[in-house]
Design a binder for this molecule. Structure first.
Ligand SMILES: NC(=O)c1ccc[n+]([C@@H]2O[C@H](COP(=O)([O-])OP(=O)(O)OC[C@H]3O[C@@H](n4cnc5c(N)ncnc54)[C@H](O)[C@@H]3O)[C@@H](O)[C@H]2O)c1
Length: 337
């Protein structure tokens, strides 16, 4: 591995540009090329970075070590496999893919090429999430009883008008893939496997511009015994309101809250109290709307830590696939009202 890890990016929209920013800011990484079918983004490509409109041309031409896959959801599978087959490790944006079958083909390509897939799940780095994970790791909360996950965000017309794949059944997949897979990942990260689901979904306010639901409520069962209540909507009036996870267990109750899982909102535990965490959420701000907490610097650093220092991958392809499995299960079990 060269001293500076060389990145290429495919998909130079909102999140692709965020990757570029952090790849260029990290002293151990450099950005060598960007690919986007839209010629209009060329002007946003940093000086000295090659620009391509076809991923195959880019992969044939360049010398790179890692491909960041930042294209719409339905292209994660083919673009990740193209990168792996060209001999690059890949960082793939959430959701890892749109089905278990796609994930399996990606994992097979990684194994065949002896390369790593890094699944992006940057909310795992949020300090409140890490603090609660540590309590669970040390078995300080005892038997888990119940969890409540609330994802109350706003996605208005401007968001859907900005990119043609958003809100499309085949290209986007739905809110559980695009907006709330982070919360499903944290639910999985804190509980382990999900074994059952039942729920209701409906498109209340986005029928004019999306083919998918905008609201849903689920009850899930986790292998650790916990009953989970998962509520989501993109109809929170005019702005994101809340992203929270409350956990009830034998030896404690904890609520991670804020708009982006950025605070410890409540705690009463047998273990010593967690530090007061109330991060002024630096959300991924896209102007017209806000996304999750901005931790992509840590995603890039994890690639450096793994490739240069033999550390563990923060979210493996198997875990990325597990999140997709939960989403598939939820949609399969959902009643569309
Ligand atoms: N981790 C996060 O918090 C986070 C936040 C936002 C988006 N995302 C994910 O990132 C992905 C992109 O989302 P976005 O909001 O940046 O979308 P976007 O529409 O802003 O950007 C996608 C870009 O991909 C380009 N593109 C489309 N087809 C292409 C192709 N065949 N080859 C090369 N480029 C192509 C488009 O021209 C566009 O510039 C999605 O999968 C989304 O779920 C993750």
């Amino acid at each position: 591995m060269p001293e500076k890890i060389r990145f290429a990016i495919v998909g130079f929209g909102n999140i692709g540009r965020r990757h570029a920013e952090h790849i260029m800011a990290n002293p151990a990484t450099e950005l060598v090329a960007v690919c986007d079918t839209n010629d209009a983004v060329k002007g946003k490509v940093p000086k000295g970075v090659a620009f391509y409109q076809d991923i195959n041309d880019m992969l044939k031409d360049i010398q790179a070590d890692v491909l960041s896959v930042c294209t719409p959801n339905y292209l994660h599978e083919p673009h990740t496999i193209a990168g792996l087959n060209a001999g690059l490790h890949t960082v793939v944006e959430k959701p890892m893919a749109m089905s278990i079958d796609e994930c399996d083909r990606m994992i097979a390509a990684a194994e065949a090429n002896n390369k790593i897939i890094f699944a992006v799940k940057q909310n795992r780095y949020n300090p409140p999430v890490q603090a609660v994970k540590e309590l669970l790791r040390n078995d300080e909360l005892g038997k888990p009883y119940m969890m409540q996950v609330n994802c109350f965000w706003n996605r208005g017309d401007a968001y859907y008008a900005e990119s043609d794949w958003r809100g499309k059944k085949v290209k986007d997949g739905g809110c559980l893939f695009t907006q709330f897979s982070h919360f499903i990942d944290i639910m999985y990260y804190l509980n382990g496997k999900i074994t059952g689901a039942e729920g209701w979904i409906y498109n209340f306010a986005h029928q004019h511009n999306t083919e998918v639901e905008d609201t849903g409520s689920f009850v899930l069962k986790a292998e650790n015994g916990s009953i989970i209540n998962f509520n989501f909507t993109t109809c929170s009036y005019e702005r994101n309101m809340e992203g929270s996870i409350a956990l009830f267990a034998e030896k404690g109750t904890v609520k991670i809250g804020g708009q982006y899982l950025n605070t410890i909102e409540y705690q009463k535990t047998e273990a010593p109290a967690l530090p007061q965490i109330n991060i002024k959420a630096k959300a991924n701000d896209y102007g017209l709307y806000q996304g999750s907490m901005s931790n992509h610097d840590k995603v890039v650093q994890n690639v450096v830590d793994v490739l240069h220092h033999n550390k563990a991958v923060m979210t493996s392809a198997q875990e990325g696939k597990e999140v997709v499995r939960i989403i598939e299960l939820m949609y399969a079990k959902a009643t569309r009202i």
